[in-house]
Write a protein that binds this ligand. Structure first.
Ligand code: C2E
Ligand code: MG
Ligand code: MG
Ligand code: MG
Length: 279
């Protein structure tokens, strides 16, 4: 029967689903041990000043060094983590590791202004973001102004009053807030205006087809203009070519991030790209 169904793709499809489900289940089992076994890694990507061409900050991006499957990307294991109720543990781990690393780099004299850490809605709702952030800053003696939390525009849309209150408390502490994947989430401008935002991150989707695409050019310009009028910094994600960099800078974009500068890399490799530390 299965074979017969296989011809029209049905059995094949369910079999594939089962395989996928099994893989996820295995990952979930392994993930429970991943933190304790020290398998999570934090990679870093540079954030460049498009005016000077110098790196000014970094974004911390998590990876899982799986014992048998190699490096697993966040898009694959974060959904599993969310499902397993482990998302806050992961975000908390990345925050701590990124702050520790920033401490090292600042001590070594590298001229970095900021470290960005992604903040999931899950962590905001079920974790203790404020407590974790305050503790990490204290632990490593960091100025709150050098930490920036990124939350996606999509998640901003789903905030309740507690979410907004948390952002206000973080802002009072002095921590920066960036809206990630901006332009994809239909957040209301009123809502944006009411939140203590410092930076908009233009989603990669609007950068990929620059400078050829008129609609993407229009979107990028509109986001940059919006950012300027609200006195926010604007950073473009996913810059892969000199051309993209050139038009974005021409549009007035302050900052950029993307494979043109570097892929996310372990701390030891990113260090070589940070320039000369001040003596
Ligand atoms: P994101 O925060 O928007 O991060 C940008 C993603 O785009 C990263 O993927 C980065 O490697 C990728 N990227 C950067 N430049 C380029 C480029 O020029 N071309 C292309 N094609 N891609 C580029 P990554 O590291 O796989 O992370 C995917 C997403 O997973 C992140 O999107 C973020 O939403 C989430 N994520 C990663 N680390 C964490 C974490 O520690 N906590 C939470 N909550 N989410 C995380
Ligand atoms: Mg991000
Ligand atoms: Mg993004
Ligand atoms: Mg994203």
């Amino acid at each position: 029967l299965a074979k017969q169904r296989g011809r029209n793709g049905y059995a094949f499809y369910t079999q594939e689903l089962t395989e996928q489900a099994r893989r996820r289940l295995n990952l979930e089992t392994d993930l429970h041990e991943a933190i304790a076994l020290n398998q999570l890694r934090v990679y870093y990507q540079l954030q460049m000043d498009l005016g000077t061409g110098r790196p000014v900050g970094l974004e911390a991006l998590v990876r899982w060094q799986h014992p048998t499957q190699g490096i697993i990307a966040p898009d694959e294991f974060l959904p599993v983590a969310r499902n397993a109720g482990m998302m806050s543990d992961i975000d908390e781990f990345v925050l701590d590791e990124a702050c520790l690393q920033l401490r090292h780099w600042l001590d070594a004299g590298y001229p970095l202004q900021s470290m960005a850490v992604n903040m999931s809605g899950y962590w905001m709702e079920r974790g203790d973001v404020f407590g974790n952030v305050a503790a990490a800053l204290r632990r490593y003696g960091l100025d709150p102004g050098c930490l920036e939390l990124e939350v996606t525009e999509d998640e901003v849309m789903h905030f309740n009053d507690d979410g907004v209150l948390l952002l206000d408390r973080l802002a009072i502490l002095g921590v920066g807030l960036a809206i990630d994947d901006f332009g994809t989430g239909y957040s209301s401008l009123l809502r944006l205006k009411r939140m203590p935002v410092n930076k908009l991150k233009i989603d990669r989707g609007f950068v990929t087809d620059l400078p050829g695409s008129d609609s993407d050019s229009a979107m990028a310009r509109a986001i940059i203009a919006l950012g300027k009028s609200l006195q926010l910094k604007v950073i473009a994600e996913g810059i892969e070519s000199e051309e993209q960099q050139r038009v974005l800078h021409q549009f007035g974009c302050d900052l950029g991030q993307g494979y043109l500068y570097n892929r996310p890399l372990p701390a030891s490799e990113i260090e070589k790209l940070l320039g000369e530390p001040a003596p």
